[in-house]
Each structure stands twice: as C-alpha cells, then as structure tokens.
Design a protein around this ligand. Structure first.
Ligand code: URA
Length: 186
C-alpha cells in the first residue's frame, strides 16, 4: 500500500486534481478481511484527507458496527476516485478510469475476503456493469475471485431511511459470509 501511495504522489492523471485539496487514498487495516468501496471524497474528506468522515461516514460506521460487528479501524475503506468532484457531482467514467489501476492494486494488496460496494457508482466501477444499485443490491458478485456485495450508499440512506431494512439484510448476508470464511474479529 505504501508503494502504491508513493507512486500515486500528487497525481495529475485527471481533471479532478485541479480542484482537490488533497488526495484521499484510503484508510484502515492493511490486512482487513472486509473492504469498503465508496464513490468519491466529499468536502470533509477533501479537507481531512480521509474517506467517509462526514455525515455518510457516520452512517457507514454505524452500519459496520451495529450490523456486521466490526469497527471502522478493522476494515479498509477507499473510493473509486481519490479526488473530490466539485459540488459533490458524480465522478465521470474517464475520471474513474484514471484512478482504477490504483484502486485495483489497493484491493489486491489488502486482499480482503469480502468487499462491500456502496451505491451505483462504486458497484458499476467495480463490476463493470451498467445496471443500477436497485437491481444489483443484495446479490453476491465477484471481482477477481473476491466476493462483492453491492448495497445502497449511506448518503442515499440518509435521504431514504425507509430503505435501511434492505441494507440491513445485505449486511447480515455479509456478516454471515465473512464469519463463514473466517474473517478476523478483534
Ligand atoms: N465520503 C466518501 O469518502 N465516499 C463517499 O462515497 C461518500 C462520502
């Protein structure tokens, strides 16, 4: 991971680099058995240089702790783009493509047993599909032999709390598979 971070440096591969405050690389246990893939940094993330530290992050922390029984420090968290898209717009396909080799190498380096893809953008980027999250959530898929569970993004849950029960089901399935595969618990 350190090598990947060094190689990334002050990356200028796409236009997002012009307006970012800093690169948001990823955070967590480098040997985690669970890896979370989000969309991209927001304002707080851009300021602090860490993924999921704003309102969505609080929701994500609760989802992890209350349903899967893991603390944020016990998983690894990254986004499909490492620099904030202005006004929190969705990252474009060319921006995601610029970042993808770094994301892929990070996932291989951590080598988790299970990945959770949060929302449409992360799921499409990872699985190379054009289907939306509503069609894909709750169904196991894989990326290079690593199990992937797509579910709704925490920012969506903040707007649509009625769908929390669906995410609860998805995360329960993750917990079950994580434990069956011998995922670490500290
Ligand atoms: N913060 C992140 O780091 N990623 C998201 O997808 C949303 C908020």
């Amino acid at each position: 991971l350190l090598e990947i971070r060094q190689e990334l440096g002050e990356c200028r591969l796409c236009g997002l680099s012009a307006k970012r405050k800093q690169v948001v690389f990823g955070v967590g246990d480098p040997n985690a058995d669970l890896l979370i893939v989000g969309e991209g940094p927001g304002a707080q993330e851009d300021l602090q240089g860490l993924p999921f530290v704003g309102a969505s992050g609080e929701m994500l922390n609760k989802m992890l702790q209350n349903v899967i029984g893991l603390k944020r420090e016990e998983v690894y968290i990254l986004n499909v783009v490492k620099c904030r898209p202005e006004n929190n717009r969705k990252p474009r396909p060319d921006e995601i493509a610029s970042c993808s080799s770094f994301i892929e190498r990070q996932i291989r380096a951590v080598s988790p047993k299970v990945v959770i893809a949060l929302g449409t953008i992360a799921t499409q980027a990872l699985l190379g599909t054009s289907q939306g999250i509503t069609a894909l959530r709750g169904q196991w898929s894989d990326w290079e032999d690593i199990l992937v569970m797509p579910t709704f993004h925490p920012a969506y849950l903040l707007r649509s709390p009625q769908d929390k029960r669906l995410v609860f089901e998805d995360l329960k399935a993750v917990r079950k598979r994580y434990d069956a595969l011998g995922g670490k618990r500290t």
